[in-house]
Design a protein around this ligand. Structure first.
Ligand code: C2O
Length: 587
């Protein structure tokens, strides 16, 4: 096994899209940032040089970090932040995982521009893929383009206002020809293909807010992996991917040679009170027929004025690229079916004896400003702040010492406002009844909530069941719930209210998909199981940035065992040590 080394220099650069120069925080001047490519079993060492004005940490999204919680990269959960003009080398091994993961800053909102692919190839090379050997592999990173000052957006959201939108969507950092200013369309991402060849697309949703539908006109995908776990091959013309998820899919260039649009459409259930802007982005799959007629795809994009829709199966005509017919932007059912259709490629040993059960209601609540005990709740922002919750508690980071440090050195007394994640629903109602939506012309007050450093402790090896129940409070959002440091079995998902009496019988205990990010359907639920076997403290949160920013998170503490080989070793020697514990480390 090799050591794969990278240097990531974080700095601010100016990038221009939509006729506007914007200062963005990126790694090595690139958006998306550099891809890390490893072979399963390799070690990774990334020297992070922070030349930005922000505190930074990097999270290796989906990497299990077995006995290596120190490298997980969550500020105030696993580490003290890397301050401006400071460095730190992240070291971790990639073991027992194959496929596509990614890395991103775990600082509020900056992951919009600080992210990249993490590609894990099998130990014995492409020959051991459990699917036809692709001729080429291509990362497809879907993201957002923001013209706002992102740290400022985070502060505003924490202060209770949350109507912010990206200015566009991107595929591999490019906006595409549906975006233009002064009549000049932006150049989109172009994938050049050779007829008959097979391409492995490694699709990552690095967006902050939106689930995406991805289609390529005239082509099907065969989904072969999700969250770096192989799935039974599943053929579909549309991929649904939520923030934090990854999907590996094969595409065969078997259409009539020509130009075919690749479209990423953000989808969201309709909200009763707002019109969310739609920022479809368009790239292109461009056939290279022979050397003399290689079309410059970017030039083709610029010159094409229109697109023909993919209703029948004929190829594109000479001057018009074929565009796929996209689902409706408010279609959540297609996403539900896409996710329900995934099963693990192999039969798994899912533990059957469950030690702990958590029922987690995802919602919104309100807290009073200025520590008042009672206030006018809900939309009245003068008196109260809207927060995102699990079981009516909204998470906030400790400010003086990271939780992992407190756990490791048994200094838990230093933690401010720590609270146990409460069990079960705090109220009985029809969670998904749209009548419950509290916004709109006649505001219903939101339930009083509290803010705390919400934790839940597990003994090492505990088998934990969690049911995530979405509520109508969340309106148009589905919730991609992400657990650090562990794989999770996605046992079942459904629409409406979870009902243990009948839904437990539907659990797939044979070949459930193994995920790190589980999409809880809009107005529905998801049931998962995981084994809390990795000692440390692990963040569990919604991967929608505004839900996270507003507190839809908790920390799972997995205790050390008594045997040294399953205990967390001490922190790395060069671990960031910034600031005495009486500082507020979040500032
Ligand atoms: Cu990809 Cu805690 O995040």
């Amino acid at each position: 096994a090799a050591v794969v080394e990278h240097t990531f220099v974080v700095s601010q650069v100016k990038m221009t899209h939509l006729c506007k120069e914007t200062l963005v925080t990126v790694v090595n001047g690139q958006l998306p940032g550099p891809a890390i490519e490893v072979t399963e079993g390799d070690s990774v060492a990334v020297l992070l040089v922070n030349n930005s004005p922000y505190n930074i940490t990097i999270h290796w999204h989906g990497v299990k970090q077995w006995l290596n919680c120190w490298a997980d990269g969550v500020p105030m959960v696993t580490q003290r932040p890397i301050l401006p003009n400071h460095n730190f080398t992240y070291r971790f091994n990639v073991v027992g995982q194959e496929g596509t993961l990614w890395w991103h800053a775990h600082v509020p909102f900056l992951r919009a521009t600080l992210h990249g692919a993490l590609i894990i190839r099998p130990r014995h090379g492409a020959i051991s893929y459990p699917f036809p050997n692709p001729d080429m592999e291509v990362p497809i990173i879907i993201g957002d383009w923001w013209q706002l000052d992102l740290p400022q957006v985070d502060r505003s959201m924490k202060n209770g206002s949350f109507d912010y939108y990206a200015s566009g969507s991107t595929i591999n950092g490019k906006l595409g020809d549906l975006f233009n200013c002064s009549g000049v369309p932006e150049v989109g991402y172009v994938l050049d293909v050779v007829p008959g060849k097979t391409y492995l697309l490694r699709v990552i949703n690095a967006g902050l807010f939106a689930e995406f539908y991805l289609k390529i006109a005239g082509h099907n995908f065969t989904v072969v992996a999700a969250d770096a776990n192989y799935v039974s091959p599943y053929t579909t013309d549309v991929i649904a991917i939520a923030p934090g998820e990854t999907v590996d899919a094969l595409v065969v260039a078997n259409a009539t040679p020509g130009s075919y649009y690749m479209v990423a459409l953000p989808n969201q259930a309709p909200r009763p009170d707002t019109q969310t802007p739609e920022f479809t982005t368009r790239g292109m799959v461009q056939y290279r027929v022979n050397h003399s007629s290689i079309t410059n795809g970017a030039a083709a994009l610029r010159s094409r004025r229109g697109a023909k829709e993919d209703e029948n199966d004929e190829g594109p005509s000479d001057d018009v690229a074929l565009a796929p017919q996209m689902p409706d932007k408010h279609d959540t059912v297609t996403s539900f079916y896409f996710h329900s259709n995934l099963t693990s490629l192999h039969h798994l040993t899912v533990p059957q004896q469950v030690d702990e059960n958590l029922f987690l209601v995802l919602g919104l609540g309100s807290i009073c400003r200025n520590g008042q005990q009672s206030c006018k709740r809900g939309g009245n922002l003068n008196e109260s702040i809207v927060v995102a919750t699990m079981n009516s508690v909204s998470y906030q980071h400790p400010t003086k010492m990271p939780l992992l440090e407190a756990q490791y050195y048994h200094t838990g007394v230093l933690l401010d406002a720590m609270q146990e994640l409460p069990d079960g629903p705090s109220r009985a109602f029809n969670f998904t009844d749209k009548a419950f939506i509290p916004f709109g012309p006649k505001e219903i007050p939101l339930e009083p909530s509290s803010k705390a450093t919400v934790v839940r402790r597990f003994r090492q090896g505990a088998v934990v069941d969690m049911v995530f129940q979405s509520t109508a409070l969340l309106q148009g959002d589905s919730n991609p719930m992400h657990l650090h440091g562990h794989n999770i079995f996605l046992l079942a998902q459904g629409l409406g209210n979870y009902n243990a009496a009948k839904d437990v019988a539907r659990y797939n205990l044979v070949n459930p998909p193994v995920k790190n990010t589980v999409l809880v359907p809009n107005l529905g639920w998801a049931a998962v199981r995981f084994v809390a076997n990795n000692p440390g403290v692990w963040f569990m949160h919604c991967h929608y940035e505004f839900h996270l920013s507003m507190g839809m998170a908790a920390v799972f503490i997995v205790d050390d065992s008594t045997t040294a080989d399953t205990s967390l070793p001490p922190p790395p020697a060069d671990f960031p040590t910034c600031c005495a514990n009486d500082h507020n480390l979040l500032q």
